[in-house]
Write a protein that binds this ligand. Structure first.
Ligand code: SF4
Length: 226
């Protein structure tokens, strides 16, 4: 049976051998030494783009871990994950679903902001398979450290990184799945996709569906606590 860490690597079935950040993982990882090591990571070229490493945050004894794609513009500047508009939407949705934010650890598949200029703005650019694979050891170490009861993949990049490249969020969103990564794993959309909905009505509908998905997580957490 592969360990959680092994499974994160096995999740990449794209033929790229991941692990370039692996040599940086401390022998006895805790959040503090992981964070300190990740700050100096140069395992892929994204450190040149981003202002700083944005490592995961939250309680290391959290029962739920939420994984997004990469830090956004505000997160990159602040150095903290999920503090921008998508993070604020996530916070409110968690509250509505009955999930205690203090019991959640939030992180991203890739720890540096990848962007391209559009006028004066920095526009999000999707990380590629090499960058995702290079950054995988950090996420594997976080999962190993926190050992969440429920792992939530926010969006296709996180879902495909953790559940395999053929996984489709559109087909399986909101389903509570078993996995070697955590007792329960669930995939839903990234909150930033809700913000990009074409109009208010679509945004309201998408937000409602998102909260419904998080209620599945809340139910799993309540069942776990007994
Ligand atoms: S994106 Fe990840 S692997 Fe690449 S430099 Fe940043 S922390 Fe290292």
């Amino acid at each position: 049976m592969p360990s959680r860490t092994d499974f994160v690597f096995l999740a990449w079935d794209n033929g790229i051998v991941p692990g370039s950040a692996l040599a940086l993982i401390p022998a006895h990882p805790n959040w503090k030494n992981l964070h300190a090591a990740a700050v100096g990571c140069r395992a892929c070229d994204l450190w040149r783009k981003g202002t700083q490493t944005v490592f995961g945050e939250g309680s290391v004894s959290a029962h739920v871990m939420l994984v997004g794609e990469q830090p956004g513009n505000e997160e990159d500047l602040a150095g903290h994950p999920f503090v921008g508009p998508a993070g604020r939407l996530l916070d409110r949705a968690l509250e509505e679903a009955g999930i205690d934010r203090a019991d959640a650890y939030v992180t991203n598949v890739v720890k540096h902001f990848k962007w391209e200029p559009r006028g004066k703005r920095r526009i999000h650019k999707k990380p590629n398979a090499v960058e995702i694979a290079a950054c995988a050891p950090w996420l594997a170490a976080e999962i190993e450290l926190v050992k969440p009861h429920v792992l939530v993949c926010l969006g296709a990049t996180a879902a495909q990184a953790l559940l395999g490249r053929t996984f489709r969020v559109t087909q399986h969103r909101g389903e509570s799945l078993g996995s070697p990564l955590a007792p329960r794993v669930m995939a839903t959309v990234h909150p930033s996709s809700i913000l990009r909905a074409p109009d208010d009505e679509a945004r309201r509908r998408e937000r409602e569906r998102f909260v419904e998905d998080l209620r599945v997580v809340a139910k799993e957490l309540a069942g776990h606590r007994g």
